[in-house]
Write a protein that binds this ligand. Structure first.
Ligand code: GLC
Length: 424
C-alpha cells in the first residue's frame, strides 16, 4: 500500500468517527474465496481493526455465488447472528432485503459518490440494503502473442472468434503445442452460466430471457441459433471440461497458457499479469464479441455489495465496517492491485489507477452499457428463474437436446413459476 493510500485510510477513520476508543466489537464477515480476494480483504480488515478497535474474522465462503447464496439463506432463515456483514451479489438484493439493515441514513454522506444505477440496484422499497463494493462487467481476454504470430485481430463477432480460435489451434497444434485450446468460459451449472448465456443471447438480438417488464421472451430463433453455435464449440474450440468450469477453473486454465481466448471478469486481469502466470504481459482485453444477428456486444452487469445482517448483535460496528470497506481508499487500493472495478464514479478518472491498471478507465463504458440479468422484474423468484436459465443453457451445450427444444421447455417452466405473477 502506498503512502497516499495510507493517508486516505486515516481520513476515512476520521470521517467515520472511528477512534478505537468506543466499545470494541467482535465482528464476522462472510466473503467468497476467488483469486486472492481473501488475502486482500484480510489486509483491509487489519487496517479497520487498527483504526476502529474492533476485531473482525472472515467466514470463508465458496467462490461460486450460487453456493454462497445457499449458505446465506440458511443463516438468514434461522435469523442467525453468526455473520454481521455479508457481501451480496448485485442480483440478490431483492431476495435478501427483508434480512438486511437499512443503510440509507448511515451511508447518507457517501452514497452520491457511487454510480447511481448500482445504488438503485441495492435499493429495495426505498431502503438501501447494501453499499456498493465493486462492480463487474466481463472482458474477452486474448493472447497478443498468438494473435500476432498468426496475423489475426481480436474478433468482433462470435463467428470470427470461432474461426480465429480454430485456425490458431490447428496451426499451433501442428507445430507441437498440443495442449492449446481456443476458448474457455463458464459452462458449469450455476449463476455464471446464466451470465454467459445472457451475453450470447443478448448480443445476438435474442433478448434477455425475460424483459424489463417481466414478459418471458426466452424461446426465439436468435437465442436458439447462438446457443446451438456455442454447443458446437464444446470439444472443438473449447475443452470438453468447459461445461463444468466456473470463473476460477477458466482463469487457472488460461493462466497456464493453454487458451487463445477467455471470457472472464476484470479480476482475472491483475492475476493474469502476476508473478507465476504463464501469460503475464502476453494478453490484452476487448469487449465481448456480438452475434451475427446482433448489433452490439453484451456484457452482463455483475458486482458485489456490503450488507449488514438484521440479526447482527453489533449493527453499529458492522455498519462502520461496511462503510470502511466500500470507501474510496479501499476501492482505490483494490482497483490498483487487483483490478476490481470501483463503484465510486470519480475513480475512473484517477491517474494512479489508470497508470497501474489501464483496463479500469477503459471499462467505464462497458460498465455503463452492461446488461442486467432479469433479477429486478422477477424479484424473489430470480434464483429459481436463473436456475432454469442455466439448466436450459447447460443441456444445450452438453448436447442434451437442441437449443430450440430446450428454450421452449425453459419458457414453459418460466410460465409455470410466474403463473400468479412475479410479485407473489
Ligand atoms: C461475478 C459477478 C457476479 C456474478 C458471478 C457469476 O462474481 O460479480 O455478479 O453473479 O460472477 O458467477
Amino acid at each position: 500500500m502506498n503512502s497516499t493510500t495510507r493517508t486516505s485510510f486515516m481520513a476515512i477513520a476520521v470521517a467515520l468517527g472511528l477512534n478505537g476508543a468506543a466499545g470494541a466489537a467482535e465482528l464476522r464477515i462472510a466473503a467468497g474465496d476467488t483469486g486472492d480476494a481473501l488475502v486482500l480483504l484480510r489486509e483491509h480488515l487489519d487496517q479497520f481493526e487498527q483504526i476502529s478497535g474492533h476485531s473482525v474474522s472472515i467466514v470463508e465462503m465458496p467462490s461460486s455465488t450460487t453456493d454462497q447464496l445457499a449458505q446465506y439463506r440458511i443463516w438468514l432463515a434461522d435469523e442467525s447472528p453468526e455473520v454481521d456483514v455479508f457481501f451480496i451479489d448485485v442480483i440478490w438484493s431483492g431476495l435478501l432485503a427483508q434480512h438486511l439493515h437499512d443503510l440509507t441514513e448511515a451511508a447518507g454522506d457517501v452514497i452520491d459518490q457511487h454510480i447511481p444505477e448500482i445504488v438503485a440496484s441495492q435499493t429495495v422499497d426505498g431502503r438501501l440494503v447494501a453499499i456498493p463494493y465493486y462492480t463487474d462487467a466481463p472482458a474477452l481476454y486474448y493472447r497478443t502473442d498468438l494473435l500476432e504470430r498468426h496475423e489475426k485481430v481480436p474478433p468482433e463477432t462470435w463467428a470470427e472468434l470461432e474461426a480465429t480460435a480454430q485456425e490458431i489451434m490447428a496451426a499451433e497444434r501442428a507445430a507441437g503445442n498440443t495442449d492449446l485450446w481456443g476458448f474457455v468460459f463458464q459452462g458449469g451449472l450455476y449463476e455464471g452460466l446464466t451470465c454467459n448465456a445472457l451475453e450470447w443471447v443478448a448480443s445476438n438480438d435474442g433478448g434477455s430471457f425475460i424483459d424489463a417488464e417481466g414478459r418471458i421472451t426466452a424461446a426465439n430463433p436468435n437465442a436458439a441459433s447462438i446457443l446451438d453455435r456455442v454447443a458446437g464449440w464444446v470439444g472443438s474450440i473449447a475443452p470438453p471440461g468447459v461445461i463444468g468450469y466456473r470463473e476460477e477453473e477458466s482463469r487457472v486454465f488460461w493462466q497456464t497458457g493453454n487458451a487463445v481466448f477467455m471470457r472472464n471478469w476484470p479480476y482475472a486481469y491483475a492475476l493474469g499479469n502476476a508473478e507465476g502466470s504463464a501469460v503475464a504481459g502476453l494478453f490484452d482485453v476487448v469487449p465481448l464479441p456480438r452475434g451475427s444477428m446482433g448489433t452490439a456486444s453484451a456484457g452482463t452487469l455483475g458486482g458485489w455489495n456490503a450488507a449488514v445482517s438484521a440479526y447482527s448483535a453489533e449493527p453499529e460496528a458492522a455498519t462502520e465496517l461496511a462503510l470502511f470497506l466500500t470507501s474510496e481508499a479501499v476501492q482505490k487500493d483494490r482497483a490498483i492491485r487487483y483490478t476490481f472495478l470501483p463503484t465510486i464514479a470519480s475513480l475512473y478518472d484517477d491517474p494512479e489507477i489508470a497508470e497501474a491498471q489501464p483496463l479500469i478507465p477503459a471499462w467505464r463504458e462497458v460498465v455503463e452499457n452492461a446488461v442486467p440479468r432479469p433479477s429486478a422484474p422477477t424479484g424473489i423468484h430470480y434464483s429459481q428463474v436463473s436456475q432454469e436459465i442455466w439448466t436450459a443453457a447447460h443441456n444445450t451445450i452438453a448436447g442434451r437436446g437442441d437449443a430450440a427444444g430446450n428454450l421452449a421447455e425453459l419458457e414453459r417452466r418460466l410460465r409455470f413459476i410466474s403463473a400468479r405473477g412475479w410479485g407473489s
